[in-house]
Design a binder for this molecule. Sequence first.
Ligand code: NAG
Length: 510
Amino acid sequence: MASARNPTYLIVGRVFVGLGVGMASMTSLLYISEASPARIRGALVSTNGFLITGGQFLSNLINLAFTKAPGTWRWMLGVAALPALVQFVLMLLLPESPRWLYRKRREEEAGAILRKIYPATEVEGEIRALRESVEAEIREEGSSEKINLIKLLKTKTVRRGLIAGVGLQVFQQFVGINTVMYYSPTIVQLAGFASNQTALALSLVTSGLNALGSIVSIYFIDRTGRKKLLIISLCGVILSLGLLSAVFHETTSNSPSISRQETAHFAAYTCPDYASTSSTWDCMKCLKASSPDCGFCASAADKLFPGACLISNSTVKDMCHGENRLWYTRGCPSRFGWMALIGLALYIIFFSPGMGTVPWIVNSEIYPLRFRGVCGGIAATANWISNLIVAQSFLSLTEAIGTSWTFLIFGLISVVALFFVLMCVPETKGLPIEEVEKMLEKTAVRFRFWRKGADERKNSNVFQPAVKEPVLVAGFNVTWAPVTENGFSCTSLMKLMSQRAKFSLTNIDR
Ligand SMILES: *[C@@H]1O[C@H](CO)[C@@H](O)[C@H](O)[C@H]1NC(C)=O
């Protein structure tokens, strides 16, 4: 692509890059989840996520460096071959996935690799678990040769896994991350930073925050668990979207008006649509004018005062800036603009460690091993399709109902996502791969995610059948209900019961 002589080269190169990245994004997750101990599996998968977002941040930095170099985009594209080369060499040094080796009946090699990965005390158990699950897999395949979609959906564990995995991937896109990203230049203009360098600086800040969020995720993923992280993330996303929606509503309904005098100041560049009307305009109306597009040059005294509506191109923009005025093309100046900036920052900070990373982690561990490749692929495809749908539809959506309502709709979708996570996503934190399958077998809908609460409920179950009537123990009536209501533990209760029984018995004996 760096040496492309015409667009065809670029397209062909791009197709190969797409195939390579597509394969790598699923395979590396699969490899990490197969080769890492359950205890730190989540952290390793999120490290992968961090390296992706960190890589995006780095590539933005590098692009910034090359914007002034001759042959700009050739450098930007070509330099990406270097990390790929490094990765290729390092990949040769990685051990094969123990699971794959086992599958190919190379048990010795698999054992040797596992002994390197696990502490000596855990190796034997791990080898046993691996053998059992591979044998189950082989038995399963013996009964029917091919995995097809119908069969996947008929298998209870796979179906439940797919609902959680695919649902998470779809919601990852439908909470509107790319729309928020798309509007970030507008948001920054709203906040009153309307300079030339802003866009590039902005991409640095947003990708930086995104990378930061993935670091946060590495720390919390195996401590707090996937489900709790998703729930916190979604609550933050809902709040941020509400804030963005409110700020956009405020700015569009109260934008500065257009002044005839201010516009006359730049007479030669007056927006044609404005010149031909006699009605009073405000900034929003000016930005909506098209053929040619128009922009708002704020008053020199205060950006909230009436300003000029002018043709939007670089000459006019420079002229507006030349008079120490601010130039707006994507959003209008507003007193509350800075709050939109806070909304944007909060959105990214909350999205990135939860909804940004966890769907990939859950997808790398929720499916029964033998279906993991296929199901992970299905979920990744669902993610890309949702991405496409949101990207293709949101511009028409904002034109039809406005930015404020668009954010509100994404907010509502996030509320649905929250309920979806509460009900359909199991907590897979720290579970050995084989246990996840057993858990999916048991229940379809689960509300538990707050471990402490769940434990308390479990304990309270022990005391629940608070027996008010005397119970017959070894042929004697023992009344013990009042004791249980005072919060005795199960063991002390048992002790008490046996003492009483003994006491009664000895009494009788006596
Ligand atoms: C911007 O528009 C003005 C007025 O139509 C025109 O004179 C000027 O050449 C344009 N500048 C550019 C860079 O297109």
